[in-house]
Design a protein around this ligand. Structure first.
Ligand SMILES: [Zn+2]
Length: 201
């Protein structure tokens, strides 16, 4: 084993930083050094914020969102449209839709996608919770805002089957030309999907 040139506390910090998405061992070392050089202005506030978040974070028992209250602030907001349920794979997708101001509906976070090759089946996702919510009534539209990947579309088909027979209308996001996009630069799959899902002008 390679001998460490820093103390165990710093080594531990680097190892934990290296587990963050987008950071490898090299960038983790760089980030740790950056933090330690800014001990008062960055490292200590970050340590406090991390401890406070760790103590406060809760997963919403209704939708699976992450917040500091349960039900989460979106589920608890009476101004949200309770008849529209937007299904997303992960909380990051929920945040993206919120940033875009894309919906006034409420959400349901699946916690991933069906992926038989990785051993992820329906029981590993929050699908039973979704079916129960829709069966409980009051939901007119379920929007499947899943990724345009094979796994995302497999998951969408599975959920559509599970919701067959309920009163809710199941819709999905349009696939097509991105805002500001040029046709010549699109991949073939996107262009073909955009042609299939064309709308009246
Ligand atoms: Zn919630």
């Amino acid at each position: 084993m390679k001998r460490s040139t820093v103390g165990p506390e710093i080594e531990r910090l680097i190892q934990l930083l290296a587990r963050l998405p987008g950071l490898g061992p090299r960038s983790a070392r760089r980030a740790a050094l950056h933090l330690m050089k800014r001990r008062e202005s960055l490292l200590e506030p970050l340590a406090r914020a991390t401890a406070e978040a760790a103590a406060a974070v809760k997963v919403c028992s209704a939708c699976g969102n992450v917040d500091t209250c349960d039900p989460c602030s979106i589920c608890a907001d009476p101004g949200r449209d309770a008849a529209t349920l937007v299904v997303v794979e992960d909380v990051g997708d929920l945040w993206a839709l919120e940033r875009a101001g894309a919906t006034r509906g409420r959400y349901h976070v699946l916690g991933g996608t069906l992926s038989p090759l990785d051993g992820i089946g329906p029981d590993d996702l929050n699908i039973a919770g979704l079916v129960a919510r829709v069966a409980g009534g009051g939901i007119e539209e379920v929007v499947l805002a899943v990724n345009a990947t094979v796994e995302g579309q497999t998951t969408a088909h599975y959920i559509t089957d599970q919701l067959a027979g309920t009163a809710a209308r199941v819709t999905r996001l349009a696939h097509g030309v991105p805002v500001g996009g040029e046709l010549d630069y699109l991949d073939d799959g996107t262009l073909a999907a955009a042609m299939r899902s064309r709308t009246p002008f």
